[in-house]
Design a protein around this ligand. Structure first.
Ligand SMILES: O=C(O)CCC(=O)C(=O)O
Ligand SMILES: [Fe+2]
Length: 303
């Protein structure tokens, strides 16, 4: 869906835009069906190995995985875009309603960054220990988890809920009008993960970024944000994708990026699921991740 001039202006000045009605049910449903199939497969696999007490087959999308997770955390081990490598998800990466809006923000030559995730943020009562893509995320800028070579890349984060994301469910919180400060030093601690140095976190213009299904939260790579705790009984499902101008570094050169919209290029990987999937498989197999240097400061800082 195209953005209005007012929305584009808002993104430029505030560094964040919550835009409802970007995606339709038929854009999202194939992705949800594919995730449901994955959860179903895992449920039967674990049930047959006596790892869980039930397949929880009668529970809906927003509940089922939390019950499985409470009994067996392994269920999320391979649950991300690059490990599932599903056909519907691959197709969604070049969804035209989404790209129409992205084009309004970064122009018509668009590359899909390999920094992309599927998150099932678990209800706080699902079990005692919740971490990674299932847990809370501390204050950060996406530039803080990207290497410095992407400094000049114009990257837009698209945070896409798969059901209405409310404060109670642990939607994001964003700091508006702060992206123009550029990169803020990040530190990494065992307890908090990678986060903006606490004394550098802006003190005002907070926005709880509730977003209805079909909507998208757009952010720049310098927009400070965090993921709140899920205090509801439901799983807060979302995907977060990043798009940027083709030809600019993604900050993860060893993972596959590919053009998804262009007036000149042939969109080969966007049209070829097998090629995309193989590229991911190979680069994960080569585990070049050791070569990845996020911009986290090495200096000690206690929080
Ligand atoms: O989903 C969350 O809670 C945090 C997501 C995030 O940091 C991102 O999409 O960049
Ligand atoms: Fe983020």
């Amino acid at each position: 869906m195209l953005l209005s001039n007012e929305q584009i202006q808002q993104f430029r000045t505030k560094g964040v835009l919550i835009a409802p009605n970007i995606l339709t049910e038929s854009d999202l449903q194939p992705v949800i069906d594919e995730i449901n199939d994955y959860v179903d497969r895992k449920a039967y696999e674990f049930f047959n190995k006596d790892k869980i007490s039930s397949t929880f087959a009668d529970l809906p999308f927003e509940l089922r995985i939390s019950k499985i997770y409470a009994e067996c955390k392994e269920v999320v081990q391979e649950m991300d875009i690059m490990s599932m490598r599903g056909k519907a998800m691959h197709k969604f990466l070049s969804n035209s309603n989404l790209l129409d809006a992205v084009e309004n923000l970064i122009g018509s030559e668009i590359t899909c960054s390999p920094i992309q995730h599927l998150r099932a943020k678990m209800p706080n009562n699902a079990c005692e220990e919740i971490s990674g893509l299932q847990g809370v995320v501390p204050w950060h800028q996406d530039a803080g988890v990207t290497s410095e070579e992407a400094e000049n890349s114009d990257i837009v984060t698209c945070w896409i809920p798969l059901l209405d994301a409310t404060k109670e469910m642990g939607c994001m919180e964003v700091i508006q009008n702060a992206a123009n400060k550029g990169y803020l030093e990040h530190i990494s601690s065992k307890e908090y993960g990678t986060t903006i140095r606490p004394d550098l976190i802006p003190k005002n213009n907070f926005l709880v970024a509730e977003c209805p299904k079909g909507g998208v939260v757009f952010m720049t790579k310098y927009t400070p944000h965090r993921g709140l705790q899920n205090n509801s009984n439901l799983v807060r499902w979302n995907i977060d994708l990043r798009f940027q101008k083709t030809g600019t570094p993604t900050g993860r050169a060893f993972y596959p990026d590919f053009p998804v919209r262009s007036k000149h290029d042939i969109l080969q990987m966007a049209n070829d699921h097998a090629q995309w999937s193989n590229n991911w498989e190979e680069s994960i197999g080569n585990s070049k991740e050791e070569a990845f240097h996020p911009r986290v400061s090495k200096t000690k800082f206690s929080i």
